[in-house]
Design a protein around this ligand. Structure first.
Ligand code: ADE
Ligand code: ZN
Length: 350
């Protein structure tokens, strides 16, 4: 419960989540439980791995993206079986449902699993089963976005694209698009030009993390070289007025993750994010949770953090909710259904 006047409004507003790493929903409790079941040894030399409570306390003081990524990759090493991925993803959907999330597009990092001997098929089949159950139990529709780790060799991204493209989860639309994540600075978007071109040719959607720790060059690099349809994070766009105009004009959606940006020290507080600047410049934005188990905030928590910091109007909230739907990769019929749910909800509020 936040202190804003709009808390009740935000709570029941139908929401779309477009920036969520499924591996980032692994809580310290589940991490320890799976480590025991799967007989994975956690690093003894790091006192953070003494207990779930110690690990949680360490999560409360990340110093940077790379500090977080260190724990994120160790954490996901406990995920081994199809059932592990199904459990993880179903828990996320069930939590998202309590926040009134009606559609989610979920990142996963295949290279971080195949490199430890977990088959691509195990990961996708496990998550796809959770998607099926979440649709049945909660009515949540969802898509998967396969991310490439930008700090791994480009050849590995190409190999994983080929692996995915030869699989039925590609042709049946379970995997709707590709993304680019992990350490940003030093790994510019242009490195991945060829694999993004192949994806475009195959009719696959494209997004990329850009302008989280990297400057505006990473954003323009993603727009020019990767032909992305949306940008993940993108908060450093505000440093370049011309580029901001371009992004507004081209209606490229930024999937902003406010609590993540504070936890990873991108900004000191949510109030320091350029959210008002983006809205005033007509940049399309929406709010998301990124890695909620690591940053301590799910979808509604992020909405509340924004409202407490900026006091957006109901019309502005409606605008961001609609921007998320329009920028999503749901089919047209589903988009219209959600847009109509939002419209009815806002009209009946008061
Ligand atoms: N992988 C998971 N979360 C990430 C983030 N916030 N930035 C880059 N890569 C990530
Ligand atoms: Zn992210």
């Amino acid at each position: 419960m936040c202190n804003s006047k709009l808390h009740n409004f935000l709570e029941r507003l139908p929401k779309v989540e477009l920036h969520l790493h499924i591996e980032g929903t692994l809580s310290p409790e589940l991490l320890f439980k799976l480590a025991a079941t799967n007989k994975i040894e956690l690093p003894k030399s790091d006192p953070a791995f003494a207990s779930p409570e110690a690990l949680q306390a360490r999560y409360d003081r990340f110093t940077s993206l790379s500090d977080f990524l260190h724990y994120y990759y160790i954490g996901m090493s406990v995920l081994l079986t199809e059932a592990d991925f199904t459990f993880l993803a179903y828990e996320y959907f069930s939590r998202a449902h309590t926040d009134k999330c009606v559609h989610a597009e979920i990142f996963f990092d295949p290279q971080a699993h195949t490199t430890r001997g977990v088959a691509y098929e195990t990961v996708v089949k496990g998550i796809a089963e959770a998607q099926r159950k979440a649709k049945e139990d909660f009515g949540i529709t969802s898509k998967l976005i396969m991310c490439f780790l930008r700090d791994m060799a480009v050849a590995s991204a190409n190999d994983h694209f080929t692996l995915a493209a030869n699989h039925s989860y590609f042709s049946d639309g379970t995997i709707a698009g590709i993304g680019l994540d992990s350490a940003e600075v030093g790994f510019p978007p242009e490195l991945f030009r060829d694999v993004y071109a192949k994806a475009k040719e195959a009719g696959v959607h494209r997004t990329a993390h850009a302008g989280e720790e990297g400057g505006p060059d990473y954003l323009s690099g993603a727009l020019d070289n990767l032909q992305v349809e949306r940008i993940d994070h993108g908060v450093r766009l505000a440093e370049d007025a011309e580029l901001m105009k371009r992004v507004a004009q081209e209606k490229k959606l930024l999937t902003i993750c406010p609590i993540s940006n504070v936890k990873l020290q991108v900004v000191k507080a949510v109030s320091k994010l350029p959210i008002r600047k983006f809205l005033d410049a007509g940049v399309q934005i929406c709010f998301n949770s990124d890695d909620p188990a690591y940053f301590g905030g799910y979808l509604l928590d992020n909405f509340c953090a924004v409202e407490e910091a900026f006091g957006l109007s109901i019309e502005e909230w409606k605008g961001t909710a609609e921007a998320a739907v329009r920028g999503s990769w749901a089919d047209q019929e589903r988009k219209e259904e959600i847009l109509s749910q939002i419209d009815t909800y806002v009209s009946n509020y008061n």
